[in-house]
Design a protein around this ligand. Structure first.
Ligand SMILES: [Zn+2]
Length: 274
């Protein structure tokens, strides 16, 4: 499932092509994936894409007329410019935009989502985007130990569940929560109230570092994540605990444990993490 590094990679790979491109038309095959106004104008037709933004796992395109399009990839969503027009005929291509780039090329921008947990949302103006994103916690790349400590010190939740809460930290999901807790030597089932201030600082440092490393490797392609040009990332080759329950810890060789926390499979080392 795409998390912050994957969405940031999609944004970075699309940006050189879509920035200042004019949206000429849109073909909507599945209107029910759009929340809000689904008219062509709300989907940026007739506007130039003047900016992009990201908070956590949400990506936004901002049009010259003020319209905002929020893209959420969900589990299996792909938002990309294909290298071949044959992708237009793939199943589960729900929306196709035709853009005219600054160097006068016509390109297709696709939203494809086999399982349809992804979502597009249209907003009338950037102020509505600010209002919507105000319910999210700080972006994972900017999370601090002070914020985690002040937000969570009275919470009885397991720390793993808290890290999945987008109102606590935006952009961390199951993969990077497990990786950050391993790097911090903190067991995912520990209650937030039992975590010391110094550990919150270690955890925040680990979250920022692990997310930045994953961005530098173009994200983790676990099932079918692809970047904005349709290419997979390589960070999946560097994960230390995610998906490795029952295998030996890469640090100490103890068998990694696994159990659901907040309905998500959680993996940790009983020896390295306490
Ligand atoms: Zn270990």
């Amino acid at each position: 499932m795409p998390e912050l590094p994957e969405v940031q990679t999609v944004r970075a790979t699309l940006l050189p092509i879509i920035l200042d491109a004019r949206v000429e038309s849109v073909d909507i095959h599945r209107p029910d994936i759009i929340t809000g106004d689904s008219s062509p104008a709300a989907l940026l037709v007739g506007q130039t894409i003047t900016d992009t933004a990201r908070r956590g796992k949400q990506l936004a395109l901002i049009g010259s007329g003020g319209s905002v399009l929020i893209v959420q990839l969900g589990m299996t969503g792909h938002f990309y410019i294909p290298s071949s027009s044959t992708d237009l005929a793939l199943p589960h291509v729900h929306i196709v935009w035709t853009l005219r780039t600054t160097n006068r090329k016509s390109v297709s921008l696709l939203f494809r989502d086999p399982r349809r947990f992804g979502e597009l949302t249209t907003l009338a103006n950037p102020a509505a985007l600010d209002a919507r994103w105000s319910s999210l916690g700080p972006d994972g790349l900017e999370i601090t130990g002070d914020h985690l400590h002040s937000t969570l010190r009275h919470s009885a939740r397991p720390i793993k569940a808290a890290l999945l809460d987008q109102a606590v930290v935006a952009g961390v999901g199951n993969i990077y929560a497990d990786e950050a807790l391993f790097a911090s030597h903190i067991r995912p089932g520990r209650r937030c109230t039992r975590i010391r201030p110094a550990e919150y600082h270690t955890l925040a440092d680990a979250i920022r570092t692990i997310l930045a490393q994953a961005i530098s490797r173009h994200g983790s392609s676990i099932r079918d994540y692809r970047d904005g040009s349709g290419q997979p990332g390589t960070n999946q080759n560097h994960l230390l605990v995610y998906g490795r329950g029952g295998l030996p810890c890469l640090s100490c060789s103890t068998m990694l444990k696994s159990r659901p926390i907040a309905q998500r499979t959680t993996v940790w080392c009983p020896s390295c993490q306490s």
